[in-house]
Design a protein around this ligand. Structure first.
Ligand code: SF4
Length: 138
């Protein structure tokens, strides 16, 4: 049985974070799933053909965003030191069906996502993921 589109998207995100050198536990934390799920998605990622369209378009997933009806200020905190607010925003993301698309979009479009919580990550967390991707690709 072939994986669903959502599983394919999640598996690609797991593969991307693994290529960037993230451990199974850290990936599980970012995606809001268990380590076991990450392990399963890793196996699925091995069966997928190469990506044809690496840059996710925001139009394809924004209608599924869990934050569509939330207060936007929750996702754009004045300071990233407010752990309570960050946790609240991330809890939306971890229940969001568009999390993987949103994270990939944010990672692929740093100029458009300099601020805010996107795909369960803060700007600093995305900066570290991009840096790790560049380091492992070099
Ligand atoms: S992952 Fe978070 S920021 Fe992205 S669409 Fe979903 S709720 Fe919104």
């Amino acid at each position: 049985m072939s994986p669903t589109p959502r599983t394919v998207e999640r598996a690609r995100t797991v593969a991307r974070l693994q290529r960037a050198g993230y451990t199974q536990d850290v990936i599980a934390y970012h995606l809001g799933v268990t380590s076991r799920t990450v392990a399963r998605l890793h196996i699925t990622s091995k069966t997928l053909p190469p990506e044809e369209e690496p840059m996710a378009s925001i139009r394809t997933w924004s209608d599924r965003a869990a934050c569509r009806t939330a207060d936007p200020e929750l996702f754009f905190p004045l300071t990233y030191n407010d752990a309570k607010q960050i946790k609240r925003a991330k809890s939306f993301c971890h229940a969001c069906p568009a999390l993987q698309d949103c994270l990939n979009y944010a990672l692929d479009n740093p100029d458009r996502t300099t601020d805010g919580i996107w795909g369960g990550t803060t700007p600093e967390e995305r900066r570290r993921i991009r840096l790790a991707e560049r380091t492992t690709a070099a």
